[in-house]
Design a protein around this ligand. Structure first.
Ligand SMILES: CC(C)(COP(=O)(O)OP(=O)(O)OC[C@H]1O[C@@H](n2cnc3c(N)ncnc32)[C@H](O)[C@@H]1OP(=O)(O)O)[C@@H](O)C(=O)NCCC(=O)NCCS
Length: 217
C-alpha cells in the first residue's frame, strides 16, 4: 500500500529531477504510448524558456477558462513557476510532448492534501493540434498516476460552468457533485471570479466534479 509520505517524496523528487526527456523521469501516456507527461522543473537553468513562452501564450489564449483573468507575460509566468509551483509540495505541472518531442499542451495537479489523500486536476490546456482523444488519455494517465504513485484517493476538478471543457471532463470520468455561483470582482486590470453562494445562480457557476472513472473512460 502506498504511504502518503512516499507519495510526497516522489512528487518532490520528480519536480527536481524530471523534465529532461533524455535522462529525466517522464510519464508515458496511452497504450501504445501517444504522448509523454514531462514534469516542469523550475530550479536554476532547468526551467526552459520555451516552456515559459508556451505557458504564457496558451494561458492568454484561454484567459476566460480560468478563475483569474489577466494578461500573462513571460516574466509573470516564470515567477509563478519558480515561486508558486516549484517550491510547493501541493502542486506539480507537466508539459505534454508527443512522441517526436513536440510540446502541444500542459496539465497539472494542485491543492494536494497529503492528510486527506486528495487533490485536483488543474491547468488542463491543449495549445496545439493533437490527435483526438490525446488530452483524455493524458489526463487519465495523470490521474491514475496520482492514485497509484502518489496515493491520492480523491481527485476532483473545478471548472467554470460556461466552459465547454465540462463535457470533456465528463468524458474523462468526472461526475458533477455540486455547483457554486460565481461573482466577478475587478482588481485593477484583473478580473477575479469569486465563489458566492448568495450570487445569482443563473449566471456563471463553478462546477465541482469528482473523478469516478468507469471502464470506458
Ligand atoms: C478542454 C480541452 C483540454 C480538451 O481537449 P481536446 O483535445 O478536445 O480533448 P480530446 O480530443 O482528448 O477529447 C476527449 C473527449 O472529450 C470530448 N470533448 C472535448 N471537448 C469537448 C467539448 N467542447 N464538448 C463536448 N465534448 C468534448 C471529445 O469529444 C472526446 O470524446 P471522445 O473520447 O468520446 O471522442 C481543450 O479544449 C482545451 O485546451 N480547452 C481550453 C482550455 C480549457 O478550458 N481548459 C480547462 C480549464 S478548467
Amino acid at each position: 500500500m502506498m504511504l502518503a509520505h512516499s507519495g510526497r517524496g516522489l512528487l518532490l523528487s520528480l519536480k527536481l529531477t524530471g523534465g529532461d526527456r533524455r535522462a529525466g523521469l517522464c510519464i508515458l501516456a496511452g497504450s501504445p504510448p501517444s504522448c509523454v507527461l514531462r514534469p516542469v522543473v523550475t530550479t536554476g537553468t532547468a526551467l526552459a524558456a520555451a516552456d515559459v513562452e508556451r505557458l504564457t501564450e496558451w494561458r492568454n489564449r484561454y484567459r476566460s477558462a480560468f478563475l483569474t483573468e489577466f494578461t500573462a507575460t513571460n516574466e509573470r509566468t516564470e515567477r509563478w513557476l519558480r515561486e508558486t509551483v516549484g517550491p510547493s509540495d501541493q502542486r506539480i505541472l507537466f508539459m505534454l510532448d508527443d512522441l517526436e518531442g513536440r510540446t502541444f499542451g500542459y496539465m497539472g495537479l494542485a491543492q494536494i492534501n497529503w492528510d486527506t489523500h486528495s487533490g485536483e486536476a488543474d491547468a488542463v490546456v491543449r495549445g496545439l493540434e493533437a490527435p483526438p482523444g490525446t488530452m483524455r488519455v493524458a489526463l487519465r494517465t495523470m490521474l491514475l498516476w496520482a492514485e497509484s504513485q502518489l496515493g491520492l484517493t480523491t481527485l476532483r476538478v473545478r471548472v467554470r460552468s460556461d466552459n465547454p471543457a465540462v463535457a470533456f471532463y465528463r468524458r474523462v470520468g468526472f461526475v458533477e457533485s455540486h455547483q457554486i455561483p460565481l461573482r466577478q470582482q475587478r482588481q485593477g486590470t484583473e478580473l477575479h471570479w469569486i465563489e458566492d453562494a448568495s450570487a445569482d445562480s443563473g449566471v456563471v457557476g463553478l462546477v465541482y466534479m469528482n473523478w469516478q472513472p468507469n471502464s470506458e473512460c
